[in-house]
Unconditional design. Structure first.
Length: 183
């Protein structure tokens, strides 16, 4: 299509070209006048939309603990790849998942112990990184759990008593409103 358009432009007379050139100039001035008033949205990137502000990862932070499956994968991936060099990475991952599901509890225990040790390593490093003791972390999480449980109980109580308490509350509020209007 581009070749045909190029050939047609070459064969066009200067009068026809002038007509299209004038239209292009008119459109260009319209565009420039519209762009004077245009303000791009905040955080606009190359894609035009507002970018999501993500949490920046600290390069000094300790690496997260690996789970048992990741240790199993590290152990088995080279063996699977050696036996089946034609497999794609995604197919190797599927094969690893199938093999891990088939493992007995005793076989999985080896990898779960490795994961537990790594979890402890991560916890110690994070405590040192944050400058807090592990006791402080546990207390903070317990407080958060207590608050969440309390708010859940409160919501449940509100849900259970919506019909009963709403009738009583409305009548009390109505009488309070009437009293305040009189004063």
């Amino acid at each position: 299509l581009g070749k045909l358009m190029g050939a047609a432009w070459k064969n066009a007379s200067s009068e026809e070209k002038a007509k299209f050139t004038a239209m292009a100039e008119k459109d260009k001035t319209r565009y420039q006048s519209e762009m004077k008033d245009y303000t791009p949205p905040d955080g606009s990137g190359s894609k035009g939309g507002a970018k999501k502000a993500g949490k920046k990862k600290d390069p000094d932070a300790p690496k997260r603990a690996q789970n048992a499956f990741l240790y199993f994968s590290q152990d088995m991936r080279p063996k699977i790849k050696a036996k089946n060099p034609e497999l794609k990475t995604s197919e190797i991952g599927k094969k690893l998942g199938e093999l891990y599901k088939e493992l007995s509890g005793e076989e999985k225990e080896k990898y779960e112990r490795m994961a537990q040790k790594d979890k402890q390593r991560y916890k110690k490093q994070m405590d040192a990184y944050k400058g807090k003791g592990s006791d402080d972390d546990d207390d903070d999480s317990d407080d958060g759990d207590k608050k969440m449980k309390a708010s859940a109980k409160k919501r449940k109580a509100e849900d259970d008593g919506v019909d009963d308490s709403s009738d009583n509350d409305d009548s009390d509020e109505g009488s309070d409103d009437d009293d305040s209007d009189d004063e």
